[in-house]
Design a binder for this molecule. Structure first.
Ligand SMILES: Cc1cc2nc3c(=O)[nH]c(=O)nc-3n(C[C@H](O)[C@H](O)[C@H](O)COP(=O)(O)OP(=O)(O)OC[C@H]3O[C@@H](n4cnc5c(N)ncnc54)[C@H](O)[C@@H]3O)c2cc1C
Length: 476
């Protein structure tokens, strides 16, 4: 890998100090708020996890609970716990079944089931709702046809994955109307989808680890740099404003911010800013049984497609609850959000778009109008150069593991990716405990890095090369 000197194009900075207010962070967990397990930052640890989102939380849980390792694990977080993308996302958990590599699709389905079981078995209060499916509504015929070709190809090569999908043709307008997407040019229903309150899931995981004497959580502590320890050969020195921590093993669970600490990954995991609004639906509030994704070709004068998504919060009464958590509008964002790692500002153009472009295309039972929003916020995703997550020890950086780069996605793959990386850090077999193996596509190797670098740069393709925006999956 290239040496880590000098600023790089698209290199992330630190998480910004005053991020926009996310809907999901409005009920912080009292045990986690400002939490520091010890008043001072420890000087030594067996394993340091940087980042306390879904990746960091599940990695810590795997190390300390699933694998019962008897090691001192310190988690360092720049903000309050879960203050990054996991606390600022769209609340949508949906494995991507078509238009992706089938092994990745199977892994995401497995991760979804794992989360669903976990929420049920541990009775986690995180508003998990298993939906009747996710409606992918295509606002353009060519995009719909591309998606249908991908489904056809899966039917031949991977019938199980294809059985997760239902194609609704434009010749079935009554079904499209029942799905509340009457104006689209066709839809694909993906049967596995859920909505949840992501912060509350992570708060459960982290608070259940707090009593473990081997777990030390240090919030509000940005890691400024990561370098070889000058005094302990083979170890890493983690510099923070509160002191320095030395460790032989570090996990960067820092997603879009990873390149701040490992600049050589700047062209492989690129920070991309996304924006969300919590939209108040018209009264009486209709209950949506599905999640939605709206895809359309670029409009005249634009070069980026429409790629918007939503879930609904539980409806409480005919007049309350049921906010639509609506994300997207990235095609209107500055530089399509690419390289933007500051989530302390809103893009007003995008905010206006989200308020005024929900109904239609979604039939919410009211007039077609601009709708009010209770919260509007931004967050930073980690887009991957080859659209797959990067999971494993970084070549040429012995003792540094990464688990990041989920692109616009992440909830249906982070938990088991984190479990796999935890196993690697302990030298255990990755596939343990009956879980799907980490897809080869996620593993970090020199060969994959070189291959990815031969592909398009994210700033040239905008990050839309995957899923229904590209040709049929090759069925490998
Ligand atoms: C606007 C938006 C909408 C999204 N919608 C969805 C969706 O609906 N469904 C879905 O599946 N995915 C969605 N995603 C993607 C998903 O949220 C992410 O893939 C996932 O949350 C990544 O989790 P993580 O734990 O790896 O990263 P994060 O949750 O970002 O956690 C990384 C943590 O590391 C901390 N950190 C970073 N650098 C440092 C440092 N130097 N020192 C200390 N701490 C540091 C950060 O503060 C942060 O808390 C969305 C993301 C965004 C931003």
């Amino acid at each position: 890998m290239a040496s880590d000197t000098g600023p790089r194009t698209n290199q992330a900075g630190l998480p910004s100090a005053n991020p926009t207010s996310s809907y999901w962070l409005r009920e912080p967990n009292a045990l986690l708020l400002g939490h520091r397990s010890t008043p001072d930052l420890p000087e030594e640890a067996d394993i340091v996890i940087i980042g306390s989102g879904i990746t960091g939380a599940f990695a810590a849980r795997s190390l300390l609970q699933d694998y019962s390792c008897n090691k001192k694990v310190v988690m360092i977080e720049a903000r309050e716990a879960c203050g990054g993308a996991t606390g600022r996302n769209g609340g949508h958990c949906q494995p991507l079944v078509y238009g992706t590599n089938p092994a990745v699709a199977a892994f995401e389905l497995e991760t979804f089931s794992f989360l669903e079981r976990l929420v049920r078995d541990e009775n986690i209060d995180c508003d998990w709702i298993t939906l009747s499916g996710g409606v992918h509504a295509f606002m353009s015929t060519p995009l719909f046809q591309t998606a249908v070709a991908q489904v056809d190809s899966l039917t031949k090569t991977h019938p199980f994955l294809a059985s997760q999908l239902e194609v609704i043709l434009p010749t079935n307008p009554s079904k499209l109307a029942r799905l509340r997407a009457p104006n689209c040019h066709g839809a694909i229903i993906q049967k596995t989808a859920a909505s949840l309150w992501p912060y509350k899931l992570i708060a459960h995981i982290l608070t259940s680890l707090l009593p473990n004497p081997n777990f030390n959580l240090q919030t509000n502590t940005p890691v400024l740099s990561l370098s070889p320890s000058p005094s302990s050969p083979g170890k890493h020195q983690i510099l923070t404003p509160r002191g320095t921590l030395t460790t032989p093993k570090v996990l960067l669970a820092t997603n879009g911010y990873t390149s701040h600490l490992l600049p050589s990954l700047s062209d492989l995991i690129v920070p991309v800013r996304g924006q969300i609004s919590a939209i108040v639906p018209p009264s009486p509030v209709q209950t949506l049984t599905h999640s939605y994704l709206f895809a359309a070709d670029p409009e005249k004068g634009q070069h980026a497609p429409r790629d918007d998504y939503l879930v609904q919060r539980p409806v409480l009464t005919p007049d309350s609850g049921g906010e639509v958590i609506y994300g997207g509008g990235r095609r209107l964002a500055l530089r399509l959000g690419l390289g933007q790692y500051n989530d302390d500002e809103l893009e007003l153009k995008v905010a206006h778009y989200l308020r005024s472009n929900l109904s239609p295309p979604l039939d919410l039972g009211g007039k077609d109008e601009e709708l009010p929003a209770t919260y509007e916020w931004t967050g930073v995703m980690g887009y991957s150069r080859d659209s797959n997550a990067w999971v494993g020890e970084v070549p040429s950086h012995r003792g540094i593991w990464v688990c990041a780069g989920y692109t616009g996605h992440g909830m249906p793959s982070a938990a088991l990716s984190a479990r796999a990386v935890a196993a690697q850090m302990l030298g255990l077999p990755e596939s343990g405990q009956g879980h799907a193996r980490l897809p080869e596509e996620f593993k970090i190797t020199e060969e994959r890095i070189n291959r990815a670098r031969q592909g398009a740069k994210l700033e040239d393709c905008g990050g839309w090369e995957g899923a229904y925006f590209s040709g049929p999956a090759d069925g490998e």
